[in-house]
Ligand binder design. Structure first.
Ligand SMILES: Nc1ncnc2c1ncn2[C@@H]1O[C@H](COP(=O)(O)OP(=O)(O)OP(=O)(O)O)[C@@H](O)[C@H]1O
Ligand SMILES: [Mg+2]
Length: 331
């Protein structure tokens, strides 16, 4: 089944073609318009999706060397995300499905992240624990059977990616924060400054990153500006290490609690190279098998939506034209 995936939940306009052999194309355009505002401006995001989406779909077809009429089904993100942005993707998907008389399905964006590593069929080793660490979510999900999700841990305040973005702002590194903190941390010593790791003593599977962010803020405010600038790489490295330590510890806890031997990582924060290396080393030590998406499949992309959609479509699930966007959709 050749599936066209469409993703427009935030500031990436993306279209992908996926079939039984894998990902044939995955075009992702990032909207630069938000950079000067230091964060995503929802109205600009939906306008940019309107301008770009058809071109991006055309590029995905061209790269996969397929025609629009070759598409057998469609999958689109219906939430969570920005209302206007979701509506652009959903409307275009419905329009194409209607014109081609093909089935389509609305997909939960977080399920897309979870299934980004899923190969052509859902043969991942169930049960598994998935750590979702993205811009809007930090979740531990127990996946007992294909497409069945139970959230067993979540952040009680900021998401991990959000903490990276806010710390980047505090350090004056700009937007998007995650990659800039990682870059700065390369020149720093992760042990030079010890930042707090929240909710580590209890047996909780929940996360909290807001205290960590505030600790970075107070640390910076207590330094004179010149010293602060010199210390930036150490602060970035210390912060990054604190996030990685917490994510690893909680993931191990969830694996133990639910008797799982397989860990899946998902979400934009998983692009972080020191995080990837630390998880690889830890899982090897604990005899846990680990799946991580390729970097371009960690952040928002349509291939993960097409993959999730294809799995559901192959089970006979379809959406109807009355399906609406759900900005607050939960897993
Ligand atoms: N190299 C990196 N290191 C750390 N964080 C990163 C890196 N690259 C990206 N990120 C973070 O990943 C987040 C974006 O990921 P993603 O696209 O999955 O989130 P989102 O779609 O905005 O949120 P959600 O999926 O929860 O709705 C941002 O917060 C960004 O800072
Ligand atoms: Mg996302």
């Amino acid at each position: 089944m050749l599936v066209l995936g469409i993703e427009t939940s935030c500031d990436e306009t993306s279209a992908a073609l996926v079939d039984g052999t894998g990902i044939l194309s995955n075009i992702i355009t990032t909207q630069d318009v938000h950079q000067k505002y230091g964060g995503v401006v929802p109205e600009f995001a939906s306008r940019a999706h309107m301008r770009q989406l058809l071109t991006v779909i055309g590029a995905a077809l061209q790269e996969a060397q397929r025609a629009l009429t070759d598409i057998e089904a469609l999958a689109v993100t219906r939430g969570p995300g920005l209302a206007g942005s979701l509506l652009v993707g959903l409307s275009v998907c419905k329009g194409i499905a209607l014109a081609l008389k093909k089935p389509w399905i609305g997909i939960n964006h977080i399920e897309g992240h979870i299934l980004a590593t899923a190969e052509t069929s859902d043969t991942a080793c169930h049960p598994y624990i998935c750590l979702v660490a993205s811009g809007g979510h930090t979740l531990l999900v127990h996946v007992k059977k294909p497409l069945q999700y139970k959230i067993v841990g979540r952040t009680i305040d900021d998401a991990a990616g959000e903490a990276f973005d806010k710390v980047a702002k505090i350090l004056g590194l700009g937007y998007p924060g995650g990659p800039r903190v990682e870059q700065s941390a390369k020149g720093g010593n992760p042990s030079a400054i010890s930042f707090p790791r929240a909710l580590m003593e209890s047996d909780s599977l929940d996360f909290s990153f807001s205290g960590l962010k505030t600790a970075v803020l107070y640390h910076v405010q207590n330094l004179n500006p010149e010293v602060a600038e010199q210390q930036t790489p150490h602060i970035a490295a210390g912060f990054q290490q604190a996030v990685v330590d917490v994510l690893i510890e909680k993931s191990l806890r969830a694996l133990r609690r639910f008797n799982c031997r397989h860990l899946v990582l998902a979400g934009g924060v998983v692009r972080n190279t020191p995080l990837r290396t630390a998880f690889q080393q830890t899982c090897r030590r604990h005899d846990i098998t680990l799946s991580m998406p390729a970097p371009e499949l960690c952040t928002d992309n349509a291939a993960m939506i097409a993959r999730a959609g294809r799995m559901r479509l192959l089970r006979g699930q379809v959406s109807s034209l009355s399906l609406d966007a759900m900005p607050n959709l939960s897993l």
